[in-house]
Design a protein around this ligand. Structure first.
Ligand code: ZN
Length: 228
């Protein structure tokens, strides 16, 4: 009889510091994973979000938290990385807050870390219900990336099966609020606003703020967001 060690499975979780990614981390923990949180400092307009990531990964019991620097301002092309104003009214089509290839880049970094850690599971907080219409938040994208992960890596070629989990994909913002609260998330410490100030206070007008506030309203939960 082999004395097999039961080891807790590891997951790499992308955590930006916004409500969705922090809820995703809480869900990954609840599913029994040892979580390795990854944030990407891509030159976003403010650091309040990364500060929120730091606080919440510690609070929610991540084993480790890495902040990787990849300066997407070198490419620009988004209201979050370039000299383009953040829209404060709904726009049609994919909004200018879309950051070119951001989720592809971030998942690629997460995949690299997962391979090093011997983790088979990646988690990200993308959502295709109450969202801004970004192409890299759709289920087709997640499935395609999972396929890529299994083709692109040594672990994949050697028979390792990677899974990319997007537990929020089909949830409304209200569902995300309820799930986060059920798993111990303190949403007052998360920062979703596209143009938060240095203290993490939200504008209350951008797309991210509107979706977030609607989520608390629909869930019948007081909005704990710090507005400026
Ligand atoms: Zn805002």
């Amino acid at each position: 009889m082999g004395a097999e060690l039961t080891t807790t499975p590891r997951a790499v979780v992308l955590v930006s510091g916004g409500m969705d990614s922090v809820a995703t981390l809480a869900i990954a923990r609840a599913r029994g994973f040892d979580c390795y949180a990854l944030s990407v400092d891509y030159g976003q307009r403010h650091h309040a979000e990364l500060d929120a990531a730091k606080r919440n990964t510690a609070k929610l019991g991540a084993i480790a938290h890495k902040i990787v620097h990849i300066d997407l301002r070198m490419l620009g092309g988004s209201a979050l990385t370039d000299d383009i104003a953040v829209p404060e009214a709904p726009t049609s089509g994919i909004p200018v807050t879309y950051v070119p290839a951001r989720n592809t880049i971030m998942l690629a970094v997460a995949l690299g870390w997962a391979e090093v850690l011997g983790a088979h599971d990646l988690f990200c907080g993308v959502n295709a219900v109450d969202y801004s219409g970004y192409p890299d938040c759709r289920p087709e994208f997640i499935r395609a990336f999972e396929q890529l992960a299994n083709l692109a890596t040594k672990a994949g070629v050697e028979g390792q099966r990677f899974s990319v989990h997007a537990p929020l994909m089909a949830m409304s913002k209200a569902d995300i609020v309820r799930a986060g609260l059920a798993h111990g998330v303190d949403f007052s410490t998360t920062v979703s606003c596209y143009q938060a100030d240095g203290d993490g206070r939200a504008c209350g007008r951008c797309d991210a703020c509107r979706l977030r506030r609607q989520g608390f309203d629909d869930a019948g939960v007081p909005d704990p967001t710090h507005y400026r």
